[in-house]
Design a binder for this molecule. Sequence first.
Ligand SMILES: [Fe+2]
Ligand SMILES: [Fe+2]
Length: 193
Amino acid sequence: MAASSEIAHRELDGTDAEVLVYSYYRDAELRGSNLLYRLLRILKDDASQIALSEHLCDETRHAWLWTERIQELGKAPVPITDGYQVRIGKRCGVPRHPVDLLALTVVVEQRALKRYQEHLKRADTPDRTLEVLRSVSKDEGWHIDWVRQKAREIASAEGSPERYDEAVERYRAIDKEVWEELEGIERSWTEPR
Ligand SMILES: [Fe+2]
Ligand SMILES: [Fe+2]
């Protein structure tokens, strides 16, 4: 299968469209794991190291579940070069301050959860895909909670508790722009013609 940008410009059959959407999900999970590796190097306290290890384990499992789902369709994952995280990165780079990095993680986790919840509501979704969507969604709640709590704790300890909310607001605006682009692209693959 060709790269995603080429595929977007030609007609897709149903399986190709499914594989492409799952490849975008997989890409977001893998690139989200990259943010966690950065956090592992920055947050040295015991609780963060433990939470990050479990969190990373979840995200790589999510990437595997999408890979497995793609394999079940007799295909391989499509390399994604213009996915959600790449578009986010082009707009805001990778934050250096831990509070900013944690705030960005919260925003991208919330987007993943919304994307999966929206997909769960689609009428024609195959049972196996529903199973994967439910499995990946159930982990996102604790991911968001612990990352948000840690960000607030660091921001308060540094005497600037407002830093977290300001960062979330900044990244939400970027996420909204990126999502408006991607939602239209995804819809063009999956809507009946
Ligand atoms: Fe995930
Ligand atoms: Fe997550």
